[in-house]
Design a protein around this ligand. Structure first.
Ligand code: 7RM
Length: 519
């Protein structure tokens, strides 16, 4: 009780088993995404001072075994205090073995009693630490406790997905290493008795219809995924989901980034058969569970908006002086009352907790996201405040320019950044992935700039538009605009360790000599 356990596993049932085992004995788990490097793992083991690491020999990626244990061996050598490493045999590949330290899961778990009485702990007993990368510096260990966290994870999972545990088959495609996997694969659904799919693999292996094949095979009724995945499916083409029977689906969820109206409508039409509600759920690692979302069948939904705070949640949008903006106004998203699953601190750094979330607006939680209220008072998320661009004295949201670009038939995905500019302070630089059929011509680039100009006004016209093959993304699918800013400003690239695929940056950099297009 009170110890920390690091969990570094692929998407296998043992990941959920390990987390819940920790919860039953009152040891806080710290799940580290299986795609992170030995260094990232070492930093997290050290910061939490974990005594045990639970891992596996490896996992499967694109149908091939991929080792995990070597990274643990390296990390544990760097981060001193680990006493034991518990190893699940998943792939059967060769592993280095330290007989004093390493223990096979199958050799020890199988001979334990099937009966275990869980310890009883206070509501404020630590349940887990989950590290978020943060824009700069050291990752923040977000601490969640037991009672409030479970209450909100279970309630929101039930209400936002209209869960009928006896009949639904629920599938959340997130990794357990992300907070979405904690709250909406492990704690919420299991507390609610949901039947669910847990998938180890990528959406394009062995073929690009993999997700829809799974929906058809298991009769999935509720699907929860990320906008980045939805935009990828759009890019692959409507004909792929059309080959499968998706009629079991009845609620679709989105999380992780603002979902542009284009993607929302595609999701509802091509996956939901124009029949299913789409719930766009805004929340953070720090909030522990969903905060702003429509309720299916209750809220009249609007593509692109997360809409209203859930029952019991107080969220609003304020200006620089902390004053609430009227309907139609924009500013910063804040939470004005406590909520059950709020983070309790940053592990080992209460001051950073206060500075990061509680110092910007007195008595209010600062989420770090820009937002606006429409004329009905519904909330629209506009991206991270760090990413907001300042062009000739005007605040322009990356999300809005990206949405405008993606609403053009030739654009599949877009990422927009503000790059230092002598005349305008910042200039808008857009990186776009074109749809399969669109040719990368100067005429098209000019057309895209004009398209943004007509949609949002001339001030929002990108100065440069660079067609690229891929965008840099984190493992949870968020675009790393920071790296694109480095590129747009001809700087050395910052930290790329949380990137899914670092070769993406080389491809983008190769594009750079292209002359800036200007009015
Ligand atoms: C659940 C999760 C949190 C950040 C958050 C936002 C962005 C998440 C939405 C969204 C617009 C959404 N946790 N974000 N969901 N933006 N609409 N529905 O993603 O800690 O990894 O990230 O993600 O910027 O602050 S997280």
């Amino acid at each position: 009780k009170g110890d920390r356990v690091a969990v570094y596993l692929p998407m296998i049932p043992e990941a959920a088993v390990a987390m819940l085992a920790c919860a039953r004995i009152g040891a806080a788990h710290s799940v580290v995404f299986g795609g992170f490097s030995a260094d990232a793992l070492a930093t997290r083991i050290q910061d939490a001072d974990a005594k045990v690491v639970i891992t596996s020999d490896g996992g499967y990626r694109r149908g091939k075994p991929s080792a995990l244990k070597p990274a643990v061996d390296e990390a544990v050598t760097k981060a001193g205090n680990v006493e034991h490493v518990l190893v699940v045999q998943r792939t059967g590949q060769e592993v280095a073995w330290d007989a004093d330290r390493d223990v096979w899961w199958h050799e020890i778990v199988g001979r334990q009693s099937a009966e275990h009485t869980p310890g009883a702990f206070g509501a404020e007993h630590p349940l887990f630490i989950l590290y978020t990368s943060g824009t700069t510096g050291k990752p923040k260990g977000i601490l969640h406790t037991s009672g409030g966290y479970l209450t909100q994870a279970a309630y929101t999972h039930h209400a936002v997905f209209d869960l009928k545990p006896e009949t639904d088959v629920y599938w959340c495609t997130a990794d357990v290493g992300w907070v979405t996997g904690h709250s909406y694969i492990v704690y919420g659904p299991l507390a609610n008795g949901a039947t669910q799919v847990m998938y180890e693999g990528t959406p394009d292996t062995p073929h690009q219809g993999r997700f829809w094949e799974i929906v058809q095979k298991y009769g999935v009724t509720i699907l929860y995924t990320a906008p980045t995945a939805i935009r990828t499916f759009m890019k692959w083409g409507d004909d792929i989901p059309a080959k499968f029977d998706l009629s079991s689906l009845r609620v679709l969820g989105s999380v992780g980034e603002p979902i542009n109206p284009e993607a929302w409508i595609w999701y509802r039409k091509h996956i939901g058969g124009d029949r299913t509600p789409v719930v766009d759920t805004w929340w953070q690692t720090e909030t522990g569970a969903m905060m702003i979302s429509p309720l299916p069948g209750v809220t009249h939904t609007k593509p692109g908006s997360a809409q209203t705070p859930l029952p019991g949640i107080s969220a609003t949008v304020v200006d620089d002086e902390a004053g609430e903006v009227p309907d139609g106004g924009g500013g910063y998203l804040v939470l004005t009352e406590p909520w059950p699953s709020m983070l309790r601190t940053i592990w080992g750094d209460d001051q950073r907790f206060l500075d990061t979330y509680w110092s910007r607006f007195e008595g209010k939680y600062f989420a770090g996201d820009g937002a606006k209220k429409d004329d009905d008072g519904d909330i629209w998320l506009l991206g991270r405040v760090d990413d907001v661009m300042l062009v000739s004295g005007h605040n322009i949201s990356t999300t809005e320019v990206e949405s405008a670009l993606v609403s053009h038939p030739s654009v599949a995905e877009a990422a927009v950044v503000g790059a230092a500019d002598e005349t305008t302070g910042q200039a808008i630089v857009a990186f776009v992935i074109l749809r399969g059929t669109a040719a990368e011509t100067e005429t098209l680039v000019a057309e895209l700039r004009n398209h943004v100009g007509t949609t949002l006004g001339p001030i929002a016209k990108p100065k440069r538009i660079l067609p690229v093959a891929e965008l840099p993304k984190t493992r949870s699918g968020k675009i790393m605009r920071r790296l694109l800013r480095d590129i747009a400003e001809n700087r050395e690239l910052g930290d790329v360790t949380t990137l899914t695929d670092s070769t993406v940056m080389d491809l983008i950099q190769a594009k750079l000599p292209a002359a800036p297009s200007e009015d």
